[in-house]
Design a binder for this molecule. Structure first.
Ligand SMILES: O=C(CO)[C@@H](O)[C@H](O)COP(=O)(O)O
Length: 223
């Protein structure tokens, strides 16, 4: 299981996003872009124009996490713009399968996200339609929250479901991921880790990414 780290720009300095992307680019596998609309979540961040500018400013592939209403309407444009991965929230989508297919057709990896209280079982039959399942380990909306250990059994269950399918689907966790929590998530079966404050709050963000990857790899290997 290859471990990947996706630093969340929610904890970066929005006035200097190009520099913040550069600060992690030697180490990061992805740059996690938190798109929030102030409706689906109680916070408002950025949208397609900023993503288009970031795409010109960095070679690190963008992992766009759409915490918005009507993702069926908006998600394809992020794929079309060149995002490497576009994730929609299951409960916000009217036609999740159609939208996941459209994201793939436009050349991006397609992700489906579940909030902490949403069970994974109802989506077991459509894992073949996705490239990544994202399990929120905090309530979406804000960085700097504490990792919810209550999600760990769901991470284990999701890993079981994904492992029974032929398709290789990544399992991402997002929220409260740090040097203190990443090993628990990796032991449970996650392989892609979003980290905001643990990376951008560190003196050396690239080094923080490397440390997180090493901790997760150690824990995954020790399973
Ligand atoms: O999507 C979200 C929050 O909604 C996350 O991407 C967080 O922003 C990650 O930040 P930390 O919890 O790692 O500080």
């Amino acid at each position: 299981m290859a471990i990947q780290i996706s630093p969340s720009i929610l904890s970066a300095d929005f006035a200097h996003l190009a520099d913040e992307a550069a600060a992690v680019s030697p180490s990061a596998d992805w740059l996690h872009v938190d798109v929030m609309d102030g409706h689906f979540v109680p916070n408002l961040t950025l949208g397609l124009p900023v993503v288009e500018s970031l795409l010109k400013a960095t070679d690190t592939p963008l992992d766009c996490h759409l915490m918005i209403e009507e993702p069926d309407r908006w998600a394809p444009a992020y794929a079309e713009a060149g995002a490497g991965s576009v994730t929609i929230h299951a409960k916000a989508a009217a036609a999740p399968v159609r939208t996941l297919r459209e994201i793939r057709r436009l050349g991006a990896r397609a992700g489906l996200a579940l909030n902490p209280a949403e069970p994974v079982e109802p989506y077991a039959d459509i894992v073949g339609e996705m490239d990544m399942l994202l399990l929120m380990t905090v309530e979406p909306g804000f960085g700097g929250q504490s990792f919810l250990d209550v999600v760990l059994p769901k991470i284990r269950r999701a890993r079981e479901i994904l492992d029974t399918r032929e398709a290789s689907v990544w399992l991402q966790v997002d929220g409260g991921v740090s040097a203190e929590t990443i090993e628990r998530a990796a032991e449970a079966g996650a392989d892609v880790f979003v980290a905001g404050s643990a990376v951008y709050g560190a003196q050396d963000p690239a080094q923080a990414v490397d440390r997180l990857r090493a901790l997760a790899a150690g824990a995954a290997g020790a399973e």
